[in-house]
Design a protein around this ligand. Structure first.
Ligand code: NOJ
Length: 549
């Protein structure tokens, strides 16, 4: 049983997020689509990833680019047809890969028939499928809850004389998860896709799904600074998110997942680690992987990263499988956050830590945030609160496939501007260069697939000082040291007698393996994975070499 647990695909696998509007356009409308993804499966297979998670592809008025769903069991014509989807699923599976969908179950679109019915009258049977409330005594919103996209989270509905709640846009009304009929409806949608063979879901804003029954006001945030923080941060979302009852909701979803073989439930959860881990469930009966975004938020230096890893590792419940996310469609791109030299170190970190890695399309070729001119910005988070740096368009630009016009993404004008660097930074030119970033990703992914020590082995930190970060991954009689240099200076160290290195399997700087000795030099911004002859008997120490002898 333990053996079987370790072999679960999602423990060994690497998840690759596709933002479908921006991946590959197959029908010349400037927007990516399902057939575009199908065309690029060769590339994804070459890269070696195991599972594709596709952001929403369902019918939607696109107020939040698909995160406002008007039909949970159909395909938006922009992305293709259900036949296209079935073909993509079959072909993904034929190549030994998995396919995950986005489940946006906290809210629907205001154009979903459920909401249209709910809004039609106070006594409609679906009235209680959404969160309706009477005005406060002064006629204003029922409480002080703020939308993640700025402004009150309550929208006045003149026709029925009540407010409804929306954690995001007014066009994204929140479903009422205290109503069992909502559970049944979303569970039915899950089964629709699971019956087709979809391998699981990433559940959008899982920690938002239930709100305080009494709609109590959120307390003010004592650290709020309007100059640098979003309007949402003015109050602490103590009563609008992360309520104890959310765990019943997640357990219900997990029960649906468990009706099928080896399907995966991921939760999108932005919470401090101590709260995040509660989403594994007290009986391991909630999310398999509560997404861990600690690496996206942490300052990029060895000391911070060390403390993030150690705190996370120490907090995990005994059977909680770790996971690490390096980028997504809501955050500044990795290449921009850490810079090109450190992007290689980041790749090695992501693919050698204990736990399932998730990488965001384009990060593997070093794509960077695009400076989208104000008149071309489309993200509602930016449009609702312009000029505050809250926009997300910069991280959603079209995938850079080659040096031809529009980067081989589309023959039409892309829906978002391309990065100006696409003639040099693209899949075609980087793929043929053995030293390129995608080739480094490919080697790291290949090694992770091949070495149980990396995929499922134990993790032990090495006592090295910043700017170095080191750890051992070990499984059975195999042990690997990972040593990362977070600085642009060289650093030399000697491993103690207990650790006998045989080979540098991968360096971020060289395309081939080479022999190793106990004395190792890390060049600026270099990371290495070193094979040890055998696991050390006692903690392995690495001593810095004194440059003065
Ligand atoms: C989280 C998604 O990642 C984001 O893109 C979206 O805007 C919100 N949830 C609302 O669905």
């Amino acid at each position: 049983m333990v053996w079987k647990q370790q072999w679960l695909w999602w423990k060994r696998g690497i998840i690759y997020q596709i933002y479908p509007r921006s991946f590959q356009d197959s029908n010349d409308d400037g927007c990516g689509d399902l057939n575009g993804i199908l065309q690029q499966l060769d590339y994804l297979e070459w890269l070696g990833v195991h599972a594709l998670w596709i952001s929403p592809i369902f019918p939607s008025p696109m107020k939040d680019f698909g995160y406002d769903i008007a039909d949970y069991t159909a395909i938006h014509p922009l992305f293709g047809t259900m036949d296209d989807f079935d073909r993509l699923l079959a072909e993904t599976h034929r190549r030994g890969m998995k396919l995950l969908l986005d489940l946006v179950s906290n809210h629907s679109s205001d154009q979903h028939p459920w909401f249209i019915e709910s809004a039609s009258s106070r006594d409609n049977p679906k009235r209680d499928w959404y969160l309706w409330a009477d005005p406060a005594p002064d006629g204003g919103p029922p409480n002080n809850w703020v939308s993640e996209f700025a402004g009150s989270a309550w929208q006045w509905h003149e026709a029925t004389g009540q407010y409804y709640y929306h954690a995001f846009l007014a066009e994204q009304p929140d479903l009422n998860w205290r109503n069992p009929a909502v559970h049944e409806a979303i569970h039915a949608a899950m089964r629709f896709w699971l019956d087709k063979g979809v391998d699981g879901f990433r559940v959008d804003v899982m920690w938002h799904m239930i709100k305080d029954e009494h709609l109590r006001h959120n307390p003010p945030n004592p650290d709020y600074d309007p100059a640098t923080m979003s309007p949402y941060e003015e109050f602490l979302p103590v009563f609008s998110t992360d309520q104890p009852e959310v765990h019943d909701v997640v357990r219900g979803m997990r029960r649906v997942i468990d009706e099928y073989d080896e399907r995966l439930l991921i939760g999108e959860i932005y919470l401090p680690i101590e709260h995040l881990i509660s989403y594994y469930g007290s009986e391991q009966d909630e999310a398999h992987l509560p997404f861990n975004f600690q690496l996206i938020g942490a300052p990029w230096d060895a000391a911070h990263i060390r403390s993030v890893i150690d705190t996370y590792e120490a907090s995990l419940p005994p059977d909680g499988w770790p996971n690490w996310v390096l980028g997504n469609h809501d955050k500044s791109r990795l290449g921009t956050r850490v810079g090109s030299p450190q992007a290689r170190v980041a790749a090695m970190l992501l693919l050698t830590l204990r736990g399932t890695p998730t990488l965001y399309y384009g990060d593997e070729i070093g794509m960077r945030d695009v400076d989208v001119p104000p008149e071309q910005r489309v993200d509602p988070r930016e449009l609702n609160c312009p000029g505050r740096g809250l926009g997300r368009d910069m991280a959603r630009s079209p995938m850079q496939w080659d040096a031809s016009d529009n980067a081989g993404f589309s023959r039409a004008r892309p829906w978002l501007p391309l990065s100006p660097d696409y003639r040099e930074c693209n899949v075609a030119s980087e793929r043929s260069d053995p030293r390129s970033l995608p080739n480094l990703y490919r080697r790291l992914i290949g090694l992770r697939r091949q070495e149980p020590a990396l995929a499922i082995g134990d993790y032990e930190p090495l006592p090295v000082r910043p700017p170095l970060l080191g750890y051992i991954r070990q499984h059975g009689d195999q042990a690997l040291i990972v040593m990362l240099n977070f600085s642009n200076g060289a650093h030399e160290f000697i491993l103690d007698l207990n650790c006998v290195p045989t080979e540098i399997l991968i360096s971020t700087h060289d395309p081939a393996a080479r022999p190793a000795s106990r004395q190792l030099e890390l060049r600026p911004n270099e990371g290495v994975i070193v094979r040890l002859q055998k696991p050390p008997h006692h903690p392995c120490l690495a001593h810095p070499v004194d440059p003065n002898g």
